[in-house]
Design a protein around this ligand. Structure first.
Ligand code: SF4
Ligand code: SF4
Length: 286
């Protein structure tokens, strides 16, 4: 079983659009959306939810009023002002556990907090895991790890050949959780002013984790000078460019219709994406 992750330096580069196309082009795989802070792959895959479960990534304090002597030590100690009238405000509580440690009556316990929901769904392209993080929850890295664990288990059970991951953008904790242990990372980059910088940052990350990396330049023709610069950087860093996709408004139309480009059109952009998938698959198999 191989794991491919599609990543980018920032959101909105076409990463999810391409992942959806790869889902349509590949066989015998599990798909997962690890871009948990902006999960939108489900919009293109039209999932039927088969199972959902709570994600409990953090802790929240709870006072037992039966045991509390109202000494006020916890109120003084809480740096987040989360204890008001001897009740914990779950939104303000950061789960640090200081109040539990200091309470002389052992009246405070830490409980699991529900930070989001993980969904296993069925799509016409295969099983698909995605998640919804609750507002204000900051555990996206842990949630990505949880989704990937579930996807791996499912792939093992089904003897799938591939796990296709829509990774988190950037270089923070969720993207590290998205790429760790994968067999190949595809960086999707657009030829914009920040594109060069984004490429260097994210390629530095995959290099650090020793993950074989490929690059795809999306909308390469909106600025061919920067596209050429990006190709030069890739050549210098020995990162293969597996394809360049021209700008085509049909891609946006497909998104609006909630379809993958593969099923929506027969314009040349479809063939470009098919070729990119073929190149990726050859690299993965080779
Ligand atoms: S420290 Fe413990 S006993 Fe004191 S007010 Fe807080 S919960 Fe009550
Ligand atoms: S766990 Fe930390 S943040 Fe939460 S109420 Fe206790 S001291 Fe405050």
């Amino acid at each position: 079983m191989k794991q491919i992750v599609v990543i980018s330096g920032k959101g909105g580069t076409g990463k999810t659009t391409l992942t959806a196309c790869f889902a349509a082009l590949s066989k015998n795989k599990i798909i997962c959306d690890c871009d948990v802070d902006a999960a939108d792959l489900y919009l293109l895959l039209g999932p039927d939810i088969m199972h959902e479960e709570n994600f409990t990534g953090s802790k929240v304090a709870l006072i037992d009023p039966e045991k509390c002597s109202e000494c006020g030590e916890c109120v003084k100690a809480c740096r987040f002002d989360a204890i008001i009238d001897l009740e914990i405000d779950p939104v303000k509580c950061e789960g640090c556990g200081v109040c539990v440690y200091l309470c002389p009556e052992k009246a405070i316990v830490m409980n699991n907090r529900v930070d989001g929901t993980i969904f296993l769904s069925d799509t016409s392209y295969g099983p698909f895991f995605y998640a919804r993080l609750n507002a204000g929850s900051g555990n996206s890295g842990k949630l990505v790890t949880e989704i990937r664990k579930k996807a791996f288990q499912k792939a093992s059970d089904m003897k799938s050949e591939l796990i296709l991951i829509d990774g988190s953008p950037g270089i923070g904790c969720p993207v590290i959780a998205s790429i760790s242990g994968t067999d190949l990372a595809l960086i999707v980059i657009e030829p914009t002013l920040s594109g060069e910088h984004d490429l260097l940052r994210i390629a530095g990350l995959t290099e650090h984790f020793k993950i074989p990396t490929l690059v795809c330049i999306n909308k390469f023709d909106i600025n061919e000078d920067i596209s050429n610069k990006i190709e030069n950087i890739c050549n210098e860093k020995k990162i293969p460019v597996v394809g360049k996709i021209p700008y085509d408004p049909i891609v946006t139309r497909a998104m609006i219709e909630k379809k993958t480009v593969i099923e929506f059109t027969d314009r040349p952009v479809k063939e470009q994406i098919q070729n990119i998938w073929k190149n990726i698959y050859e690299k993965l198999s080779g």
